[in-house]
Design a protein around this ligand. Structure first.
Ligand code: ARG
Length: 639
């Protein structure tokens, strides 16, 4: 019988639990039962983890009767006194006192606080943390308990992962998740907002799938609405025989233009307007001719979307707005029966407390729109698909819509609070590099596919530039560059998007995306290629590596080795943090951290002839590759 695979530890939750038990045992009569001591990754110094629990507890309990501690330090001493961790993960606790500092007392602070000094070598990742600390400076005094991870524990854990692969220790598993992402509109071009949604959605799906969740990748395309009557009428006016002569339908391949022309005719020609309105009615009634024309238009849009998805290596199942048509009618009835909707100037609406605008369930002309469709979709996903986690990857502009939607769903009784996790995974706006509306070199109406092709061209240009400097035997062929630049171009675009703090916007800048020295996919692929090429230089085959994994041990001697291995072991913690707030940037920080810490290790440690270091290198390689897969980045062999 096969043994159950050992899991990769979630260090942070282990330590949190450990501290929680300790604090409970010591301060049982003083702490509220819900108290959980915060244990965080520490990006300063090399302790890896730190907890401000002594400060928290002291502030909470100081005024209570029978409280015997007179200072935070004294309390911290009590917590760590004779503390032993049976598992052997922890090697040491240290108390770090952060003296009160005035806001601008920077230089003073530097001298006093060694901890901060050490942090300087930690690289870019610390930018954000630095800001946080600055704020904390205003807090009168802070006492931290720093926790050090045992070297032998880290060696064993690393070895374990190498030998047995990764099984994560996570709560985010065994869920049925419906992820609504990409979701462009038929007969319109996908815009960069859809690009963000597609990139973020794909990656979050990959992570959820990796953890063994059942994931529905739903493309909620906008394929329904009154505009379709107009488009059908216009299509038929150009070529009634459109189905057999798809190429003779004016500029239908350029749907945005087609849409504009139809709209112009609609506004200028009253007769056409009437026909359009009748077509809408036909379509809604299910008239076969109208449906056929609608299908035809949807199909052309779909082919355009597919080109983008193929380039991005993204997989989606289309369940568009039209799918919920009949369900919408049922929902309206149900909502009326439950008295959730009210009449308002001929329309049926749901008012949600705290929001100025209502959700419109039936428009005054009897039509069904975005809001009711979403409500029907929410109900369908929860009660028919039986999903217990819904994620909507849609721009933050729509955050009120989703807040109201979730509230309305609850009020309608589609789910009970706490039964289903609902996330609007919002994201900020993308602008052009100049801060204006994004455009492509090709001009005309914006097309996402042009943007992706431009990414590839830029990547190819950079590769050709570098190629000039390569020795003859190292030169990349034109054919190789053509193929690899597509992967590099799209990966660079994706990584630049994923590494951003999700809810803030960014400027779309090819130069920055392809910078081989910045925090970019190019830089990451460089370091990955370098890791892979070490084996070639050392004349090691994959078989040799596999043999080493089976027979040799990881032994950590140098500081850079310890830093690197400690960082690698955070993988599970990182995945957990990513899923807490759906922050993919944390996984980007992690993989960037591997690259920078590997390069410090490589500078400081000779790998040749040292089996342990080869094993550490192998672990880096695997965890980098895994992170790339989860972020949907495709590394190339040569850059
Ligand atoms: N089609 C919409 C748009 O382009 C996005 C749909 C998002 N998903 C949803 N269930 N509302 O803005």
């Amino acid at each position: 019988m096969e043994d159950k695979k050992p899991t990769m530890k979630n260090i942070q939750s282990y330590l949190t639990n450990f501290m929680k038990k300790r604090c409970e045992a010591l301060f049982k009569d003083f702490l509220p039962p819900t108290y959980i001591p915060l244990v965080q990754k520490n990006s300063i110094g090399d302790s890896e983890f730190t907890s401000p629990c002594a400060t928290q507890i002291f502030n909470m309990c100081n005024k209570k009767a029978n409280w015997q501690y007179t200072s935070i330090e004294q309390l911290a001493e009590a917590i760590i006194k004779d503390l032993k961790d049976e598992q052997g993960m922890i090697s040491e606790f240290k108390i770090v006192v952060q003296e009160p500092v005035k806001k601008d007392d920077k230089k003073e602070k530097k001298k006093k606080d060694e901890k901060k000094e050490e942090g300087k070598e930690e690289g870019k990742e610390e930018g954000k943390e630095g800001k946080k600390k600055k704020k904390e400076k205003q807090i009168p005094k802070n006492v931290y308990i720093d926790i050090y991870i045992s070297t032998s524990w880290a060696e064993n854990e690393a070895q374990n992962i190498l030998q047995n692969g990764i099984t994560l220790d996570t709560q985010y598993t065994n869920k049925h998740v419906a992820v609504d992402f990409s979701s462009p509109n038929i007969a319109k071009e996908m815009h960069v907002g859809h690009l963000r949604s597609t990139i973020l959605g794909e990656s979050i799906c990959r992570i959820l799938e990796f953890l063994g969740n059942k994931v529905e990748r739903i493309n909620h395309v906008g394929d329904w609405g009154t505009q379709f009557g107009m488009l059908i009428a216009y299509l038929e006016s150009i070529n009634p025989n459109y189905a057999n002569e798809p190429e003779k339908c004016g500029n239908i391949r350029d749907l945005e233009e087609f849409y504009k022309n139809a709209k112009k005719k609609f506004d200028d020609d009253p007769e056409f307007k009437k026909t359009s309105q009748l077509k809408t009615v036909d379509l809604q009634k299910g008239d076969p001719e109208a449906r056929k024309a609608w299908q035809f238009i949807c199909q052309i849009s779909r082919e355009n979307f597919e080109k983008v998805y193929k380039k991005l290596d993204v997989h989606l199942t289309e369940v568009g707005e039209s799918f919920y048509n009949d369900l919408c009618k049922k929902i309206v009835k149900e909502l009326e029966d439950k008295n959730v909707v009210v009449e308002d100037k001929g329309a049926k609406i749901i008012r949600i407390k705290g929001f100025k605008i209502p959700l419109i369930i039936v428009k005054s002309d009897g039509g069904i729109g975005y809001d009711s469709t979403d409500l029907a979709a929410l109900n369908y996903r929860i009660n028919t698909l039986k999903a217990d986690w819904l994620i909507y990857v849609v721009a933050t502009e729509q955050s009120d819509h989703f807040k109201m939607l979730f509230k309305a769903g609850e009020e309608a009784g589609f789910f009970k609070k706490g039964e289903v996790r609902l996330d609007h995974m919002g994201f900020g706006l993308v602008q052009g590099a100049d801060g204006k509306k994004i455009s492509t070199r090709k001009g005309g109406s914006f097309k996402l596919i042009d943007l992706l092709e431009e990414g590839q061209e830029n990547a190819a240009k950079e590769m050709q530039e570098r190629n000039k400097k390569y020795k003859d035997e190292d030169k990349m062929s034109d054919e190789y560059i053509k193929e690899a630049s597509e992967k590099l171009g799209t990966s660079a675009i994706k990584y630049f998007d994923l590494k951003q703090f999700r809810t803030t916007g960014y400027k779309f800048d090819f130069k920055k995306m392809l910078d081989d020295k910045g925090n970019t996919a190019v830089y990451l692929f460089y370091s990955y290629v370098r890791i892979c090429s070490i084996y070639r230089k050392l004349n090691l085959s994959q078989n040799d590596i596999d043999e080493l994994v089976k027979t040799k041990k990881i032994e950590i001697k140098e500081k850079s080795e310890k830093n690197l291995v400690n960082h690698l072991l955070l993988f599970n913690d990182v995945i957990d943090e990513v899923l807490k707030d759906l922050s993919l940037n944390l996984l980007c920080d992690y993989v960037y951290g591997i690259a920078t810490k590997f390069s410090e290790f490589y500078e400081a440690c000779k790998i040749q002839g040292n089996d342990s270091r080869i094993l550490i290198t192998e672990l880096c390689k695997r965890l980098m590759k895994l992170s790339f897969d989860l972020l949907s980045l495709t590394p190339i062999e040569k850059i």
